[in-house]
Design a protein around this ligand. Structure first.
Ligand SMILES: [Zn+2]
Length: 284
């Protein structure tokens, strides 16, 4: 089937109390690995690329690879643009065939965030593309966006309600204490805040910084209303570690197929684990 929008998939996930894992992929092998995992689990899947990966590979290449995967697979697959601050890039990706986009205007004032998000919601909505927006600031490093921990700002529940009402955004990523990258200790997730936000908005909520959150904490966040969980760093580590291991044992290796196969297997195994943790297996 063709690539689909995530709006109805995420709505269903929120209503039924499970979560859909969204995987950031950077190579064809990573994309194939997470698609294989989702097919085995019979789970809906969200493929994501950051703006950096769009610049690295080209939106058209990414859309072409995701479309082939979607046509081959018997599960719904979404192609989402992660953390985009530029209106032009969002429109270019929609035009190339992305079925979901994130407008991240969280670094601006509340009013400016509302205005920028609303503009994208109107345009994307007209062509059936899902939109995700962020309130508060998620800590850590995501491509070129750096947020110092002391700057990480939690989303205010009442502001979330007003934001959703004014923008009509179908998916909301409120900052609730997670961070991008791997955690140094355990993440300090504000579960009370997730509950308060979920009580005020019935929009599916998105958990950013999903790499390295202990399983019990992921389950708790999902039970409170998180319907999408982003996993990027952990997947990259699994992919790279598998390749490093091959070269440590066989420094003379020069056939990409020899080191890409174990890398793919490592990503596939981790993706399957995350899908099961999210509870979306069997929901395709
Ligand atoms: Zn993020």
């Amino acid at each position: 089937m063709p690539l689909v929008s995530s709006t109805s998939l995420l709505k269903k996930a929120r209503q039924e109390g499970y979560c859909i894992a969204a995987f950031n992929v950077h190579t064809l092998e990573m994309l194939q690995a997470v698609v294989d995992a989702a097919e085995e689990a019979q789970s809906p899947l969200i493929l994501q690329s950051t703006v950096g990966t769009v610049k690295h590979l080209g939106a058209d290449y990414i859309v072409a690879a995701a479309t082939v995967a979607s046509n081959r697979a018997g599960i719904p697959i979404v192609l989402h643009l992660d953390h985009c601050t530029e209106f032009e890039t969002i429109i270019q990706c929609i035009r190339a065939g992305y079925t979901s986009v994130m407008i991240d205007a969280s670094m601006h004032s509340f009013e400016e965030n509302v205005a920028r998000t609303k503009r994208v919601v109107e345009i994307a909505g007209a062509v059936g593309v899902n939109v995700e927006a962020e309130l508060g600031k998620v800590g850590g490093v995501e491509d070129e966006i750096v947020v110092a921990d002391h700057e990480a700002l939690m989303a205010d529940p009442e502001e979330c309600r007003v934001f959703v009402e004014r923008t009509g955004v179908p998916t909301l990523a409120p900052a609730i204490g997670t961070a991008h990258g791997m955690y140094k200790g355990d993440p300090k997730i504000d579960f009370d805040r997730i509950g308060q936000i979920a009580n005020l908005v019935d929009t599916p909520l998105v958990l950013h910084g999903g790499s390295g959150i202990p399983n019990a904490q992921v389950k708790r966040a999902v039970s409170l209303g998180m319907a999408k969980m982003n996993v990027a760093t952990e997947l990259r580590i699994a992919f790279s570690d598998a390749i490093k291991k091959i070269f440590a044992e066989h420094p003379e290796e020069n056939d990409p197929r020899k080191y890409m196969v174990p890398a793919k297997q490592a990503v596939r195994a981790l993706a399957l684990e995350k899908i099961r943790l999210c509870g979306s297996n069997g929901k395709a």
